[in-house]
Design a protein around this ligand. Sequence first.
Ligand code: FES
Length: 128
Amino acid sequence: MSIKNLYAHHMQEHYKNPKNKGLLKTPDISSLHHNPTCGDQVNIDAKVNNGVITEIKFSGDGCVISMATASILTEFCKGKTIKEIDKLEEHDVLNLIKMELGPARIKCAVLSLRAIQDGIKKYRDKNA
Ligand code: FES
């Protein structure tokens, strides 16, 4: 299997058996974000303790890339500070999923990052 196919396979696995799928009962952060081009959406719920993400879940409907990335990204976010997550950019997400994507597909990959970062912004505004 080529490296490219290996990563595509890895994404398929996360799509079929996602990590952290679901909702939290009393999230500190809850944020829904959608891709205006296709209408796909992802919701992120998270618990924050002393600035650290202690629990995180996602739900939503979307393509393989958006849902697999949400699974991978939520795994990555556990135990990270909201400050660290806030600094993530597109290329960090692409590094995490180990794929090169064109502009349209990058929107799919960053859907969950935008949801988390919007949620962090609302959380900060509320707790300022
Ligand atoms: Fe809609 Fe990928 S096609 S998020």
